[in-house]
Write a protein that binds this ligand. Sequence first.
Ligand SMILES: [Zn+2]
Length: 209
Amino acid sequence: MINEYACRKVALRDTKSCLVCHKPSTTVLYNKSGPDWFYTCDIHLQDNPQFATPVYDKEYENVLTKMKSLKNELNSNAGASGSSWDSWVSKVFIKMDKDADKPKDTDPANTPEPAVRTQAQIQEEYNATLDTLTTLRKKNKMYQLSPQMFESRVQLKKREEMLKEQRRKQEEAYTNTDPDELLTKFSFPQVPNTSTNEDNGNNVNPGSI
Ligand SMILES: [Zn+2]
């Protein structure tokens, strides 16, 4: 079983009690690989790493990376670029002279960027990216249980499997019983047939069937 649970909503009539607090809930965490599922309140899925954490997709990761680089760009425009020494130097330069935006010792690869876009433009793009990220976060349906939580589900599954196996073996034992033996156990007096009385007498003997 993989630790991957999809959050699903069920109809009101299928409401069952939450695994954590036993309150009635219509939210189910479903694991295809088990299969395993249980009910939970939505609130337990928010900022609750002891229970579960969201698993984001590639799109989310890409947007997050973009947002981080925009944040860096904003920071570097505010005075930092490259190493911390450079950033310190830049800050000093900016403080000393507001017109001296580009200190001479700045990495030349970084200089064309700020010239193309203004701080406000980058900020705008950053805000838009943040909005996208928030939307994606709300849309996310995948969760990973905490290691302890997942382990308890795995153990539960194992116990269920064992019980199922026991039941299967019992049923198998029953099915494998010799049909003749069963018939002897549940034999009923035979209805006299049209042959002679002596024959009927023989037929009721166990084992003669
Ligand atoms: Zn609950």
